[in-house]
Design a protein around this ligand. Structure first.
Ligand code: ADP
Ligand code: MG
Length: 627
């Protein structure tokens, strides 16, 4: 018999090195991983056999069998699932095939050895966890519909071998030669306990084969979602979630229900506690599985949930779809569309309830998933209003989160719009000069930091008939808003500011100095302590929106903006005095350029010509020091 020797992919070797030498204490999980793989393999064959019943070759009672030999110290896990051919073996057991394991490896490079060990429990290492308890692992397998069986074998130290083998029927047998420390995994009570703990929810029987022929089924062996809710414990739901969703957290919400009426299906849906690491990966397939009358059809079906709910995982089992439906036929299937609408409504109402009854929990949920949910505001018109009511925001008037409804109750007399400012982080936003006038009048401003905000705002436009308005765009209209601050009255005293005539002179001279760098120069009513700031045109794009578009190459150039100057600022007053006496004084030219650069810096923008800026600043400082 010829045997081929192969090397593991470098990443696998590294992983195995850690797994083999790991002091990770909960070794039991290897069995959960192997049973889970066996059950997946049976699901795959069951699906393939819908179109090609001959693949079953008469063996249609799917099960996982456990065989022990406490003399040779061997545990075998056997299934009659899809099996693997040579190519499958190399791809699946020689490389890092699954995302949980990939994530584990990714996390490794950043941490030390002791921490790596903990990660095994957090991320799971799938098949490779067998090497935690076995010095030698043999996989004998035959793919359903093929004639040749194969034997894969390894001690987990860098190499594995593949050779032709003999096998009755199809499926996979994984034989673990346990190391002396792990004799316990041949003991019946040990296996019984592990299977009950971790694999009870597996839909096919896990059978312990006994020498006396009285084989014992160790698990419940009925699909969890088909059992009555009252028979299912929290622990069982949690284990199912972890298995089904490849998750390492506990579910935040578990929603198990029966939809009845025009469309009948069972839903077992989970909302995660933690954000999956690949939530923004366009290639990500979710973990919502579609079954038709308990037969697994597909996972991560796009047609089952809108993208803004892509973090939801679980199972949907339909009574109405035909069993022989192909994955291709699922697209635009009217039954599926109805299920999708039903699931969306159900999830929305669960979120609404949670937002009222468990506001802390909901806020944590929002921190993790709010940016994804907000995609629904421009993608899902029918549910827009409900999503908008769920949405939570940071604002100048609260340290935590606020709803739009609460914002509206805090609006000032005469305030017509819901004001917002957007940017990268809340603290930087709070310091924006554009907010000064709003702060002085006590007007609340929403602080938006998700890139997605730039997309839904233009398409939503209003909440309760109030426009959303960027504070970095157009006129601030602050004059109409009544201030509730008594001290504020003095701010309105005109004599505190530069005179109209001198300010006009200054504005004219700044315009000349800045030329086409700027669209306009205006007197500001939104500034109180800063000298100047940049504003986008009323008709133009929001400042940050435009910058974001530029970053993504959606626009070529940032369009010229408006420079607003603060007539009450002492520097502006002094410059105005100079401008009305002699508009041609060279200092005004330098000052105009410095003001523009300063406004750009406040915006967090890079200066187009930092060298000239520095030179000009030096000059002005020198003059200030007197010579
Ligand atoms: P995952 O199950 O998350 O994909 P694993 O490391 O557990 O990752 O398994 C890697 C792959 O090996 C599986 O995706 C599957 O293709 C294959 N595999 C493992 N066990 C079996 C089995 N008993 N029958 C068929 N294929 C299997
Ligand atoms: Mg697995």
């Amino acid at each position: 018999m010829t045997e081929e020797k192969m090397r593991f992919e470098a990443e696998v070797s590294r992983l195995l090195d850690i797994v083999v030498h790991s002091l990770y204490s909960n070794k039991d999980i290897f069995l959960r991983e192997l049973i889970s793989n066996a059950s997946d393999a049976c699901d795959k064959l069951r699906y393939e056999a819908i179109a090609k019943p001959e693949l079953l070759a008469g063996d249609s009672e799917f099960k996982v069998r456990l065989l022990t030999d406490n003399v040779r110290n061997v545990l075998t896990i056997a299934d009659n699932g899809i099996g693997m051919n040579k190519t499958d073996l190399i791809e699946n057991l020689g490389t890092i095939a699954n995302s949980g394991t990939a994530k584990f490896v990714e996390a490794l490079s950043k941490s030390d050895k002791a921490k790596d060990v903990d990660l095994i429990g957090q991320f799971g290492v799938g098949f490779y966890s067998a090497f935690m308890v076995a010095g030698q692992v043999e996989v004998v397998t035959k793919k359903a519909g093929e004639d040749q069986a194969w034997k894969w074998s390894s001690d987990g130290k860098g190499e594995y071998t593949i050779a032709e083998a003999e096998m009755e029927g199809h499926g996979t047998q994984i034989t673990l030669h346990l190391t002396d420390d792990f004799k316990e995994f041949t003991e019946e009570h040990r296996l019984r306990h592990i299977v009950k703990t971790y694999s009870d929810h597996i839909g096919i029987p896990v059978v312990l084969m006994k020498a006396d022929g009285n084989d014992e089924t160790l698990n419940e062996a009925s699909a969890l979602w088909t059992r009555p809710k009252s028979d299912i414990t929290d622990e069982q739901y949690k284990e199912f979630y972890k298995h089904n969703s490849h998750a390492f957290d506990d579910p935040w919400k578990t929603i198990h229900y029966q939809a009845e009426g025009a469309i009948e299906y069972t839903g077992l849906l989970f909302l995660p506690t933690m954000r999956p690491f690949d939530l923004y990966d366009p290639a990500r397939k979710g973990h919502l599985k579609l079954y038709v009358r308990k037969v697994f059809i597909t996972e991560g079906a796009d047609d089952l949930l809108p993208p803004w709910l892509r973090f939801v995982s679980g199972v949907v089992d339909s009574q109405d779809l035909p069993l022989n439906i192909s994955r291709e036929m699922l697209q635009h299937n009217p039954v599926l569309t109805k299920i999708k609408n039903g699931l969306t409504k159900k999830l929305l109402s669960e979120l609404e309830t949670a937002s009222k009854k468990d506001s802390k929990g909901f806020e944590t949920f929002w921190e993790n998933f709010g940016s994804v949910v907000k995609e629904g505001l421009y993608e899902d018109y029918t549910n827009r209003d409900r999503i908008l009511k769920l949405a939570r925001f940071r604002s100048t008037h609260s340290d935590g989160w606020t709803t739009l409804a609460d914002y509206v109750t805090r609006m000032k007399d005469g305030q017509k719009a819901i004001y917002y400012i957007s940017g990268e982080d809340v603290d930087a936003l709070k310091r924006s000069p554009q907010l000064e006038g709003f702060a002085a009048k006590g007007i609340e401003v929403l602080l938006l930091t998700d890139p997605v905000d730039e997309f839904w705002l233009p398409s939503v436009g209003q909440f309760e008939e109030k426009d959303f308005k960027s504070v970095t765009r157009g006129g601030a209209d602050l004059a109409d808003v009544k201030s509730d601050d008594k001290d504020d009255a003095k701010d309105d005293k005109k004599d505190d500011a530069a005179s109209d005539a001198s300010l006009d002179a200054l504005i004219a001279s700044i315009k000349i100095a800045l030329g086409t760098n700027i669209k306009d120069v205006r007197e500001s009513d939104r500034l109180t302590s800063s000298a100047c700031c940049l504003i986008a045109d009323e008709t133009g794009m929001d400042l940050r929106m435009e910058r974001l578009m530029k970053q993504h190459n959606r626009v070529d150039e940032i369009s010229p903006r408006i420079l607003e100057i603060n007539p009450k600022h002492s520097l502006i007053k002094k410059l105005s005095d100079i401008a009305i006496k002699d508009a041609k004084t060279p200092i005004l030219h330098d000052a105009a350029l410095l003001l523009l650069d300063q406004a750009r810096i406040l915006e967090g923008e890079a200066l187009p010509d930092p060298v000239s800026f520095a030179r000009r600043l030096d000059l002005v400082m020198e003059k200030g020091l007197g010579s």
